[in-house]
Design a protein around this ligand. Structure first.
Ligand code: FES
Length: 104
């Protein structure tokens, strides 16, 4: 049974933007892609850049440090050779919750 942790109200993450939150022992970036919320590990696997501060173009976020790109819906790097963990997101009313455990 997934352990969901409340992180935000929907008003805190406007469309096309993201915020980072601590969920359990992980730092997770939550993105709003045209009203759908997606969560991935915040730290870029290259050198730890904060993905929540990257530019979001549709479901693709560009790392603000050296421009590696990731699909926020599944955490996969667009060039394909690495990925970040992705986490399930629940929205109930105006509350966004994120699974404390990464999707497998
Ligand atoms: S730290 Fe993200 S591309 Fe280098």
């Amino acid at each position: 049974m997934p352990n969901f942790v409340r992180v935000a109200s929907v008003t805190e993450i406007p469309p096309g933007q993201a915020r980072a939150y601590i969920v359990g022992d992980r730092e997770v970036a939550v993105f709003n892609v045209e009203g759908a919320y997606h969560a991935i590990e915040n730290g870029c696997p290259h050198q730890g850049g904060p993905l929540a501060e990257g530019r979001l173009d549709g479901p693709i976020v560009t790392c603000p440090w050296h421009a590696w790109c990731f699909d926020v819906t599944d955490g996969k790097m667009t060039m394909g050779f690495t990925s970040v963990d992705a986490f399930d997101v629940q929205v109930e009313g105006s509350t966004i919750s994120v699974s404390a455990d990464p999707r497998t």
